[in-house]
Every structure is written in C-alpha cells, then in structure tokens.
Design a protein around this ligand. Structure first.
Ligand code: IPD
Ligand code: CA
Ligand code: CA
Length: 287
C-alpha cells in the first residue's frame, strides 16, 4: 500500500532533501556500484547476461543485484518512500504505477547503458532520482568506469564531481549536436518526427546511455537530446540535471516533459530554452 502525502514540494525540499540526505544517497550509489557493478565489468560470464523483451534489451546479474541493493538502502533513507526500479518493473509491471503516487518515490536505473556494460565500454551509469507528486526534486548520475558523479537538487543547481555545471548555449553558427533515439526502437510516426532533425544546421547522431547523454548536455558537450520513449528511469535524473544546469525540456507539443507519462513524443532536452524550442519545432515539423 502506497502512502499519500499533502506535503508541498517546497516543504519536502526544505525538510527532507537535506544536504545530509543528498550525501547519503551519493554514498549508497557509490557503494552499490562498488559492490555489484564494478567487480563484474569486463568479467561477465555468458550465463550472467539475458535478453528481456527484445534482443537489444539486455539485463545482467549486475543490473539485478545493484537494483536490489539500491532498493533496500534508498527506502531505508526516507521512511514512507517507495522505489520504482527498472528490473522490478520488468518482473511486475504494476509496480510502475508508484510513479504517479503522491508519496516520495525513488526512480532507479541500476545500469543505464547495459549494452555498453556488456561490451566492456565504460559508457554506462547508475541513475537515481527522487520525485514527489510527479516532480523530480533531486538526482544522482554515477558513471563508475569514468569516475564521474553528477548531482542535481531542484533550486540548488547541478554539480559534476563538486563543480557547478553551467550548460551554456550552443556555439552560434555551428551545427547543433543532437543525440537521438535509435531508429530501430521508434515507431513510424516518431521516425518521421525525428527526420525533422535531418536538416541544415543540425547534426543528429544515435544516442549512447541516455543518462550520460543528459550529462553531456548539462556540461555543454552536446546541445540537445531528442528521445522517443518515456520510461521514467531513463529520463528523470537527467532531466533535472539539465534543468538545474540552465537547460530546458519540451515535448513535440511544446510543453515540458512529464515523468508521469502521456507526453507527445519525441521530446527534447537542451542546453538552453531557445535550443529546446528550436529542436521541439523541428520535431513537430517532421511529424
Ligand atoms: C537504454 C540505454 C540506451 C537507450 C535505450 C535505453 P538500459 O537503457 O539508455 O542507450 O538507447 O533506449 O533503454 O536498458 O541500458 O538501461
Ligand atoms: Ca536505461
Ligand atoms: Ca537499465
């Protein structure tokens, strides 16, 4: 049974999302990766890798064990909170519903970029977001093999390894660098919308780990992402990171993306509001 709350976002941020909690979550995320992910990097046996719904959708023993670790430790940090984790939802899709509950919810992607992890590529990360009433209030993005840790707290900014992240703006006159959903994983309608990005002045490329693409936007290494799926664990952490670094997100319908779902897809998150409007415009023109 999920508890409901009438606590306002501001009260929750002030009273519950303390510097202590933010540091405790970082400690838990680092410990989960050290215990369950890093020791298995480039060490996986074939039987430790499985396909989920589709051949490109992989899960490993590291994903499962890291999620179990995070679920146990995060719930203990915040009494009354619940956890929505990618692998728990794969086992029981009804657990995704907690995203829409009014109680605080931890949204967990234990390994984002499992394909990269399986292939020995360091471009994977662990994503944790804390949301209340559909609003992401804090997020943690940890790439253990790259030794990078990014944290965002609503209204308090975004930091990478302790340094403030300003996303900045694209270089005037340069092609807009946009990471997009892989065409194999999109509907025909979404493919048409993404074709709107195949125009002069835009350089689209297929995305890697979604969480690390958001981090690239937040640090100004990428101008925008354009994604066509809305599973909260892939986006919640990164969207707050981009927002708190000064960026913005918009769906194809021109409104901010909602982690609770029902968005007009694809959507974009970009280094600044003008770029988000430009990319959302191209997506709706392509549709
Ligand atoms: C995936 C990665 C991948 C993206 C997929 C995601 P997972 O997450 O972010 O780069 O293209 O759509 O599902 O399965 O590795 O956690
Ligand atoms: Ca993911
Ligand atoms: Ca995952």
């Amino acid at each position: 049974m999920i508890e409901t709350t009438t606590e306002s976002i501001d009260d929750f941020l002030h009273h519950k999302v303390t510097d202590r909690l933010v540091a405790d979550v970082e400690r838990v995320v680092r410990a989960a990766a050290a215990a369950e992910i890093t020791p298995r990097f480039r060490q996986l046996a074939a039987h430790e890798i499985e396909e989920k719904s589709a051949p490109h959708d992989l899960v490993t023993v590291a994903d499962k064990r890291a999620e179990e670790y995070l679920t146990r430790e995060l719930a203990a940090l915040l009494p009354g909170s619940c956890v929505v984790g990618e692998e728990a939802v794969a086992a029981d899709p009804t657990t995704y519903e907690a995203i829409r509950a009014a109680a605080p919810v931890w949204i967990v992607d234990p390994v984002d970029g499992t394909r990269q992890f399986v292939h020995g590529d360091p471009g994977f990360c662990t994503l944790v977001a804390l949301a209340l009433d559909g609003v992401v209030v804090a997020s943690w993005t940890y790439a253990p093999a790259l030794d990078e840790f990014a944290v965002a707290v609503r209204g308090r900014g975004a930091r990478l390894d302790g340094r403030v992240l300003p996303a900045g703006s694209p270089t005037p006159g340069a092609d807009l660098r946009v990471a997009t959903s892989h065409p194999d994983y999109t509907t025909d309608d979404q493919k048409r919308a993404l074709l709107g990005l195949r125009t002069d002045g835009v350089a689209p490329r297929p995305c890697g780990s979604a969480g690390l693409e958001y981090l690239a936007v937040a640090r100004g290494d990428l101008d925008a992402v354009a994604f066509s799926w809305e599973l909260a664990w892939d986006h919640a952490a990164g969207l707050l990171l981009v927002e708190e670094a000064g960026g913005a997100h918009l769906t194809r319908a021109g409104v901010p993306f909602a982690i609770t779902g029902g968005n007009a897809l694809p959507f974009t998150a970009a280094r600044d509001a003008a770029t988000a409007r430009r990319v959302a415009g191209l997506l709706s023109a392509g549709a």
